[in-house]
Every structure is written in structure tokens, then in C-alpha cells.
Design a protein around this ligand. Structure first.
Ligand code: PLP
Length: 499
């Protein structure tokens, strides 16, 4: 019996392409051990091809980036940092890490880049500990008058906790668009620090810089943190720098969401965090369009502390993912990528306008970045209901709390949508009108479902079947013009790997 690769080579003839060949070879090799995993990969391709990806934090990385991850670089331990490893034989991992780090420095104009963090949450933990290590000096055992920490009295230990831990962190409140790791009460960041979140203006939904300055002068945080998961506007980092300087804080920015807009030179001057912040963290898989992972950029004086990410927080770095970061960072330093970043914002603004033309209420009245928050209570729905109805019709979005949301953080009153994925597929401002029209159609055709007792249930929906059919057709029509990874022949992959 011939193998999938042999079948592909025979079928493709002279129209053989390298990416498809690599995918078939990869899946064939995987399926020899775990056919169900090969099938999952193919099924995920089908799922992503048949849904409009409006999740603002997701994207589609290039096949070059993906293929850089599937190799033996995963086998090497390399704790430490280049030329300072806890293991021997790291010369090639050093080369990979150095390439990725230098690419990041070049792309963002940063003094130093650390590309080891496995995720955005890890990157923030490394940044917190780096800032603590640099700014809060631990007394020596001698100064404490003990031979080991175990000998400390309760009082001494408390004093140490106050000096080294329990410093103050001031980040954007989770309910106003900040991330869990920015001091949310259920996250370790709120255990490490005394968390003093700031909010947005209740009427406008915007950051109120004067109010943040007033709060910062009262709180005197060790770290003033800005950046967001759900805020549809630019942030003025120059203004944040002034506030940090005035209250004596370290300025940290988490640009996980909008790193691609910084890389693509859409956010420049006072809107470019790298120019103003001491430490900048970012994921690499959202607007930046790289592999799942993260990085840290910092001013020179933080380098030694950030480099201690391992052993302070991290274990061994993921060599294969750092390789993929290097590929994605190189891609981001091209005119094609800068055009992409600028189209992400143009598309977001076109989508926001079309949504508002349909009568939707958008948080802050629009967007200046890649995402927007839509109040779905005007359709009589919760965010969870809107999310479920849209998904049934082939649109992936996520429920998201609006600031000071009466429906709370689980059911929510809003959905968050964004354009990084659709723009990667090549969609334009005209397509965004159709996307807004599909969203409106689906939400108008959805009613809250009922509990057994006949009361409206916050999580259930009743979706008009005619609306569902129409919306699905329109979604598929849009997607058929903008195929995800057109190099990959889905029907062939299904035939060979999904039994
Ligand atoms: N920071 C921000 C602003 C985010 O939006 C996210 C994820 O959504 C993270 C950090 C965490 O990233 P990860 O999921 O890679 O840990």
C-alpha cells in the first residue's frame, strides 16, 4: 500500500508545492504513532477554514513559522541565556536565541530583547520579578542577624515580605479591559503585589490620564503598568511616562495585543511603548502573527535582571519556538507586514463604522486599533448568547465584559471582535461591511432561550433556522474568496488522515 506522501507526489505531479509536501510528510510521520493527532490537525484546518475568525487575540501565522517549530530543537535543554547556560552543547540554541533576540531588537528598536518566555503570562511574571530584583534590595543574612531564613521571626519575615513582596502594582482593571496578570484578584500577580487597579471613565470608556496620575500619586506603585486585552483605543505612553516619573514608578507596558501595530509602524511616537517604557512584554501570536509564545523588551539597565527569567520563573527555553519567533520577527520587518498592520486598523475602523451604521453601540464609539467591543444588550442578549449564536453560524468571536458590566465577567454584555485574522486572509474594507451585516443578521435572529420554568436563560439561545442558514451561506461565500493556507489541499489531507 502506498503512503500518503507517495499518493500526494503522484497526484500533484508538476503542481507539487513545498508546504503541502512538508505537511503531508509531517502528518504521515505523526500518524505512524498517533493517527488521531494527525486527524485533529486536519480537522482544525477544516474548522478554521470554515469560520470567520473574529477573535481579536488570534491570527494565522505563516507556514514558514509553523514549520520552524517541527524539529529537533525541541530536544535540547538550554537553561540560562546565550553563552551562560546550565547545560553543555548549547551552541546552536545560542545561535537560534541570538537570532530571534537581535531580530526583535531591530524590529522594535529596543535596547535588549529576551525571547524565552513561553507565554504572555510567563513574560509578565519574569518582568515583575526582574523589576522587583532590580529595585528592591534584599538585606543580607548578616544584616538580618540570622544564619538562615528559617531563623527569621514572624515580624522580620513580615518586614521582608513588605520590602520584597507586597509592593504596589497599578494596572488597568480586569473589568475595564486589563489582563488577569495585571493584578486581578484571582491571579498570582495580586498575591505578589498589593494591587491597585485603575479604571476607565464610566461615561466615555476612555482612560482618564489625569485621574490615573492622581491615583498614582496617592498609591505610589512600584510598577505602573499599562496595556490591555480589551481596550479599543491607542494609549499615550508618553503621558504614562510622565506619570511614572512623577510618582517614582517603573513603567511597564504589556503590548501583547497590539505588538503587531508597533512592529508595523502604525503606533509610533507617543503611541510606541518601546520608546517610553522601562520594560515591555508581549505575546508573539496575536497581531504580531508569530508562534504561540512571548518576549520581553527592556532598557539596558534591566538586561541582567530580565536575563534571570530562568532560573527565577522559567525552566528550559523552547528552542523550536524561539526558532519560529525568529522567522516571524523577520517577516514582521518587511514592507508587506507594515502594509498588513496598517490594513488591520483600516479594516477594524471600517468594521466599526459598518456596525455602528447598523445601530450597534460600540464601547468608546469606535476603534483606533485592531479590536472593538460591541454592546449586545441592545439585541436583548448576553455576550455568551451572542458568542454561541455567532459560532453556530460560522463566526468565531468571544463574549467580553464591558466596563462596569452589569452582567458580570462570565455572561457579559458585550462581544469583542477584531480584524488581525481576517486581514491576514486578505479581506478588505468592503468585506468588513459584509461581516458587520452578517453579525447584525445573526444577532437580530437570536432570542434568549428559556429555562425549564420558562424564564429567559442567560446562556441559552433560540436561533431562527432561516437566519442560521443564510448567515452560514454568506460566511462560506466570504471565506471561499479568502482561503486559509491555500497551499494546503484539505480534501486530500482529509482523505489520507481523517478516517
Ligand atoms: N497579556 C495580555 C494583554 C493578554 O491579552 C494576554 C492573553 O490574552 C496575555 C498577556 C497572556 O498571554 P498568554 O495566553 O500567552 O499567557
Amino acid at each position: 500500500m502506498s503512503t500518503p506522501l507517495e499518493n500526494y507526489l503522484k497526484e500533484a505531479g508538476s503542481s507539487l508545492n513545498a508546504a503541502m509536501t512538508a505537511y503531508v510528510a509531517n502528518l504521515q510521520t505523526v500518524s505512524q504513532v498517533a493517527p488521531e493527532i494527525a486527524a485533529d490537525v486536519v480537522n482544525e484546518l477544516e474548522n478554521q477554514r470554515s469560520h470567520l475568525k473574529l477573535v481579536a487575540s488570534e491570527n494565522y501565522c505563516s507556514l514558514s513559522t509553523q514549520l520552524a517549530m517541527g524539529n529537533l530543537l525541541t530536544d535540547k535543554y538550554a537553561e540560562g541565556f546565550p553563552e551562560h547556560r546550565y547545560y553543555g552543547g548549547c551552541v546552536n540554541i545560542d545561535a537560534v536565541e541570538n537570532t530571534a533576540a537581535r531580530e526583535a531588537e531591530k524590529l522594535f528598536g529596543a535596547d535588549y530583547a529576551y525571547v524565552q518566555p513561553h507565554s504572555g503570562a510567563d513574560a509578565n511574571l519574569v518582568a515583575y520579578w526582574a523589576i522587583l530584583s532590580k529595585t528592591v534590595e534584599m538585606p543580607t543574612l548578616e544584616e538580618l542577624g540570622v544564619k538562615s531564613l528559617a531563623e527569621l521571626s514572624g515580624e522580620q519575615f513580615d518586614m521582608l515580605r513588605k520590602r520584597f513582596g507586597n509592593q504596589r502594582l497599578m494596572g488597568l482593571d480586569y473589568s475595564c479591559g486589563g489582563h488577569l496578570t495585571h493584578g486581578y484578584k484571582m491571579n498570582v500577580s495580586a498575591r505578589m503585589f498589593e494591587s491597585h487597579p485603575y479604571g476607565v471613565d464610566e461615561k466615555t470608556g476612555l482612560l482618564d490620564y489625569d485621574a490615573i496620575e492622581k491615583q498614582a500619586m496617592e498609591v505610589k506603585p512600584l510598577i505602573l503598568l499599562t496595556g490591555f486585552s480589551a481596550y479599543p483605543r491607542k494609549i499615550n505612553f508618553k503621558r504614562f511616562r510622565q506619570i511614572a516619573d512623577k510618582c517614582g514608578a517603573v513603567l511597564m507596558v504589556d503590548m501583547a495585543h497590539f505588538a503587531g501595530l508597533v512592529a508595523g509602524k502604525v503606533f509610533t511616537g507617543e503611541y510606541n511603548p518601546v520608546e517610553w517604557a522601562d520594560v515591555v512584554t508581549s505575546t508573539t501570536h496575536k497581531t504580531l502573527r508569530g508562534p504561540r509564545g512571548a518576549l520581553i523588551l527592556c532598557k539596558k539597565e534591566f538586561t541582567d535582571y530580565v536575563n534571570k527569567g530562568c532560573p527565577m520563573v522559567l525552566g528550559g527555553p523552547l528552542g523550536h519556538v524561539m526558532a519560529a519567533k525568529a522567522v516571524a520577527l523577520k517577516e514582521a520587518n518587511t514592507q508587506a507586514y507594515r502594509d498588513y498592520a496598517s490594513n488591520v486598523v483600516k479594516n477594524a475602523q471600517a468594521l466599526a463604522k459598518s456596525c455602528m451604521d447598523k445601530g450597534m453601540i460600540l464601547q468608546t464609539g469606535g476603534t483606533e486599533n485592531h479590536l472593538m467591543l460591541i454592546d449586545v444588550t441592545t439585541y436583548g442578549l448576553t455576550g455568551k448568547q451572542a458568542e454561541a449564536a455567532l459560532f453556530k453560524c460560522g463566526v468565531t468571536a468571544n463574549a467580553n465584559a464591558l466596563p462596569y458590566d452589569k452582567n458580570g465577567a462570565w455572561w457579559t454584555s458585550g462581544i469583542r471582535i477584531g480584524t488581525p485574522g481576517l486581514t491576514t486572509l486578505g479581506m478588505n474594507e468592503k468585506d468588513m461591511e459584509e461581516v458587520a451585516s452578517i453579525i447584525d443578521l445573526v444577532l437580530k435572529g437570536t432570542k434568549p432561550g428559556l429555562t425549564k420554568e420558562g424564564k429567559p436563560a442567560k446562556g441559552k439561545i433560540e436561533l431562527d433556522p432561516a437566519v442560521e442558514a443564510d448567515a452560514k451561506k454568506r460566511v462560506q461565500s466570504l471565506l471561499s474568496k479568502h482561503v486559509l493556507y491555500p497551499e494546503l489541499d484539505l480534501q486530500f489531507l482529509k482523505k489520507e488522515f481523517v478516517k
